[in-house]
Design a protein around this ligand. Structure first.
Ligand SMILES: Cc1ncc(COP(=O)(O)O)c(C=O)c1O
Length: 344
């Protein structure tokens, strides 16, 4: 399926009502924070509560169920994933008795790699060629496998079903009936960002959409720095998102990977918000935006997954990649801010 022309697929039938798994209707967890004397509310849309643990459960179900209807004889499906979508697709495939092949990158978490293999799916790690982003490498290898094996390539990075899933399902579930001043999302494929933008464009909801990405991400706007590409799973992309086509430049807040990792350790220490690394970055983006506000605000953060996916590798993989002195300093700066978060 090709890019822009397929973005406005009206596939309203294929969502929560038809899903046989506990996907969707995830909780909104409410927190308050006082910044410069103003009491703001930060709601966390906790997508870790989905059956297979992340926001990508919705997309995996939505794309797979649609393609199964279109290709009734096919039992083997292949797709590219940074990890969570692969975990979800493998888990759904196990329940439905399908053959699933997932193509990911060396950055996949040990949690997701074990989950994919544990569900009986095949996991292939794609190495980037010179100058190729990791997303582009896994798309290339997944297309090759489909060609060689006759498997159906779901192509989440280009399928209009990916943003459509969020336009008809995640966005209305989160925003309808809730008066949020702003909604914060991160980007990997860009499906969430584009789906929310399309939903807002077609509704009278006044919520402002804010993208949060690392400085090296090209997903929706050109990278601010070419020094370091995105390194946290699901947080930014070296490749321009297919779904950024024909979209006016979004509002963007850049959060460094090091800040997300440092804040993750603070949240773990104060046992307040067990969310994943991209979600921590999204919450930091929201706090940064709130510090610029002159009135009380109510915002929602789309939190794609939970802390359990990163906890085992936090030291060995994410902290080890950073300067110990720098991470200490960032932690010291963030701790007093994050300690102001209170459940309400
Ligand atoms: C942890 C995490 N956060 C955020 C995202 C971003 O989602 P999208 O692919 O819709 O841009 C993903 C997607 O894989 C993810 O795994």
């Amino acid at each position: 399926m090709s890019s822009a022309s397929s973005l406005l697929i009206d596939n309203t039938k294929l969502h929560s009502q038809d899903c046989p798994f506990e996907i969707g209707n995830t909780p909104l967890r409410r927190f308050q924070i006082i910044i410069q004397g103003l009491r703001h509310e930060i709601c966390v849309k906790d997508e870790s509560a989905n059956a297979f643990g992340s926001i990508k459960d919705r997309v995996a179900w939505y794309i797979l169920s649609s393609e199964m209807v279109k290709n009734p004889g096919v039992r083997h499906f292949v797709d590219a994933s940074s990890g969570n979508y692969g975990y979800a697709l493998a888990s759904i495939g196990r329940e439905l008795g399908l053959d699933i092949t997932i193509v990911s990158s060396p950055s996949i978490t040990a949690f997701n790699a074990a989950g994919i293999r544990g569900a009986g799916a095949r996991l292939v790690i794609a190495e980037s060629e010179h100058g190729e982003s990791s997303n582009a490498a896994r798309m290339r290898v997944a297309a090759q496998i489909a060609e060689e094996t006759g498997a159906c390539f779901l192509n989440q990075y280009e399928s209009g079903l990916n943003p459509a899933c969020h336009r008809v399902w995640t966005a209305p579930e989160t925003l309808e009936g809730n008066r949020f001043d702003a909604c914060f999302v991160s980007a990997s494929s860009g499906g969430t960002g584009r789906g929310f933008a399309d939903y807002l464009a077609g509704s009278d909801c006044r919520t402002q959409l804010m993208h949060v990405e690392p400085p090296g991400s090209n997903a929706f706007l050109d990278a601010e720095s070419s020094e370091r590409g995105p390194s946290l799973p699901g947080f930014g992309s070296g490749r321009k998102s297919t779904f950024s086509a024909e979209l006016k430049a979004p509002e963007m807040i850049r959060i460094e990977d090091a800040h997300a990792v440092a804040a993750f350790t603070v949240l773990r220490d104060i046992s307040i918000l067990p969310i994943g690394l991209s979600s921590v970055a999204v919450v930091l983006g929201a706090i940064e935006w709130l510090t610029r506000q002159s009135e009380q605000r109510r915002v929602v953060c789309m939190c794609a997954d939970g802390s359990e996916r990163y906890a085992d590798e936090l030291e060995s993989r994410y902290i080890a990649a950073l300067e110990p002195a720098a991470i200490r300093q960032i932690r010291e700066g963030l701790r007093p801010v994050l300690e102001k978060l209170r459940p309400c």
